[in-house]
Design a binder for this molecule. Sequence first.
Ligand code: AHQ
Length: 237
Amino acid sequence: MFESYLLSDEQFVARLRQVGEEHYHDKHPYHLAMHEGKLSPVQLRAWIANRFYYQKNIPIKDALILSKLPFREDRREWIQRIIDHDGREDGDGGIEAWIRLGEAAGIPREEMLNECHVLPAVRFAVDAYVNFCRLEPWPIAVASSLTELFAPTLVSKRIGVFEQLYPWIRTEGLAYFQARLHQAPRDADHGLKIVLRECKDRSEQEQAINALRFKCNVLWALLDALSLAYPDGENHL
Ligand code: AHQ
């Protein structure tokens, strides 16, 4: 059991950042292997095709959260997340950019869209995230998006790793990650502002910290599934 006093904003942010320090998926062996150039084309294509199931569900979970935000000022900012991924027209947005990442790595568009490579545990982890956002109180659902506090460091590292260690991936495929470098910090700032403003007692603060821990587990489980299915670059399934 924890103390009942309210954490100061500084203490609360420090606890949130500590969750990332300990559990964010930048420390997962699959990412560590990726960053050392050790992933085979099979393993990297599998990561791209499975992460697509996560990416295509982001605007769905964001729309579920949007539907619960009571203040129009928050909705005005939050709706941008959906547009960032869905785009405003064909050929636009992060989901399209991720499909192009797949094509740049040699995965046909059809195989990205038909989810033929998506592993059962990846589907379950992502669906758990969407349902968390559907069912939890909106400040807690917002808190689960705060893994984006840690994303820019990882994504900027990933861009360099892909360019230097996986030159067989055509560089136009990296456009998605470039866009995240300014979208993620903007989103993290807005999400953090909401969480600090809305978590009014220690119990709600601890629920927000647990929501971030849950989301780290979602991202970690996705990579666990890939590690099991692609242990040494060949698909043993
Ligand atoms: O590309 C990512 C993205 O659009 C999002 C949305 C955000 C959320 O609302 O949960 N999380 C997230 C993340 C993206 N990329 C991941 C990566 O490793 O490339 C990181 C992930 C995150 O840290 O939450």
